[in-house]
Write a protein that binds this ligand. Structure first.
Ligand SMILES: Cc1ncc(COP(=O)(O)O)c(C=O)c1O
Length: 466
């Protein structure tokens, strides 16, 4: 190794996309048109888009090359077999069922195995996972360790599931639990990793109570990198080796290939149980497509197969995790409350701590997301009471945390872009006391954060403006 400490991007740029700069007045107008919901702002009006790391990364020249070589046959495409081989090598699962994205895998799995009244435990369900469980009249229960709910508490594996709580649930209500899920890394809880020891513990409980274990594995490579860095005895192992061990504890996985597999679209459901696989494939044919393409083009399957090779490279993962930490550490040093330690794919601002004068039901996270866009054209995503505060019975309460996630698209932004983000967040944080909450004026009954319409509140807590 050379003696230099700077972590540089392990690639050079071959193709660029120019963007439009907007003025603050233009952004205020865009916010009014979007009814203060950043999901409703046209991407062209966003300068640095940290809404999600899902499908927003840059593909490599090898991925683009693979697209040209793809096979678009309806049945038995060569691209499917390559995709299947790469996924199977990395995970060890018998049945690899391609889907157009992660939520399709979730829908197929949950619709196939859930009945009303069942309970699905997880460290933390992400929004679509929760919604796909609740739509079957089942309950999504979050059992992350207590440290995982406290933004400022530092713990190496804050995504771990609370094994005592899981055991108590299985002991009491095991007959209502058709599967246990573990999300790696834990997106809703700050992109925090799960240790191998914890997965082993979950597996032991699943064996004892005869319940299958599934991984929601979107950020499996980032999780494996954290295991390598932080878990005793893992430092010398290769990433694919750690990934295989993670998968070996599970009976299956759902995957959004828009994250670590470096695709712009794609996903899969993988599992070992032959009969369950058969039932899932029947559902797949109904809504996604034939089992050798599952809602994807051959070129998408190629891009993902190639992406899976690139994402487990150590130079890539070192840069990826270090560059996310670069943003988080700079904000932490500036005194801005962020979830710590810094997660893999995103930095999570603690809006509840930064805006203590805005109560959770006036959505501090939404207020901060709106302010970041207005100040500097940065789009982040509220992960808090807007996203998780509405319960299936129609009641509303504060989510465990009110965060704003600044998700970093893979291989897309450079260090100067991130320096700009630091400057804008600091500018907004210095004016935090001037921010006000919002009220929801219209929202659908589920997944309301995507389409809800908001109205800003003024100092006395009444609607201020359109
Ligand atoms: C942990 C987790 N699970 C599932 C999903 C759903 O994946 P997709 O957006 O591809 O449907 C996401 C997407 O953000 C996620 O972060």
């Amino acid at each position: 190794m050379h003696p230099f400490h700077t972590i540089i991007e392990p690639f050079r740029i071959k193709s660029v996309e120019t963007w439009k700069f907007t003025t603050r007045e233009e952004r205020i107008a865009a916010l009014v048109r979007a009814r203060h919901n950043v999901f409703q702002i046209p991407a062209e009006d966003v300068l640095i888009d940290l809404l999600t790391d899902s499908g927003t990364g840059a593909m490599s020249s090898a991925q683009w090359g693979a697209l040209i070589n793809s096979d678009e046959s309806y049945a038995g495409s060569r691209s499917f077999y390559r995709f299947e081989r790469v996924v199977r090598d990395l995970t060890g699962f018998t049945h690899i069922i391609p889907t157009h994205q992660g939520r399709a895998a979730e829908r197929i799995l949950f619709h196939t195995i859930l009945h009303p009244g069942m309970i699905v435990p997880n460290n933390s369900h992400f929004d679509t996972t929760r919604a796909n469980i609740e739509v079957e009249d089942a309950e999504a229960r979050d059992l992350v360790i207590p440290e995982g709910r406290q933004p400022s508490v530092v713990h190496p594996f804050k995504g771990n599931i609370d094994l005592a709580a899981l055991e108590a649930l299985l002991d009491r209500d095991g007959d209502r639990v058709p599967l246990v899920m573990v999300t790696v890394t834990n997106n809703s809880g700050g992109g925090q990793p799960v240790s191998l020891a914890n997965l082993r513990g979950v597996r032991a409980l699943c064996d004892r109570f005869g319940v299958p274990l599934f991984l929601d594995a979107c950020r499996f490579a980032e999780n494996a990198w954290f295991v390598k860095q932080r878990e005793p005895g893992q430092a010398e192992r290769s990433i694919p080796d750690i990934v295989r061990e993670m998968a070996s504890y599970a009976d299956g996985m759902t995957m959004s290939a828009k994250k670590d597999p470096l695709g712009n679209i794609g996903g899969w459901l993988a599992l070992d149980d032959d009969q369950l696989a058969e039932r899932c494939r029947t559902m797949l044919i109904l809504t996604e497509g034939f089992p050798t393409y599952g809602g994807l083009a051959g070129r998408d399957l190629e891009a993902v197969a190639q992406g899976l090779k690139e994402v487990v490279e150590e130079d890539y993962l070192r840069y990826r995790i270090r560059s996310t930490a670069y943003l988080g550490d700079a904000l932490h040093r500036a005194g801005i409350p962020v979830v710590r330690p810094i997660g893999g794919h995103a930095v999570y601002l603690d809006a509840r701590a930064l805006l203590p004068h805005i109560p959770p039901l006036e959505y501090p996270g939404q207020s901060l997301a709106v302010a970041l866009y207005e100040a500097g054209g940065i789009r982040g995503c509220e992960i808090g009471t807007v996203m998780f505060g509405l319960h299936p019975d129609g009641s509303e309460g504060p989510a465990p945390m009110d965060l704003v996630r600044l998700a970093i698209p893979r291989r897309t932004y450079t260090q100067s872009h991130i320096d700009y983000v630091v400057e804008v967040v600091r500018w907004v944080a210095e004016r935090a006391k001037d921010l006000r909450g919002l009220r929801i004026v219209e929202a659908p009954p589920a997944l309301r954060h995507f389409t809800a319409r908001f109205s800003p509140l003024d100092d006395s807590g009444v609607r201020a403006g359109p």
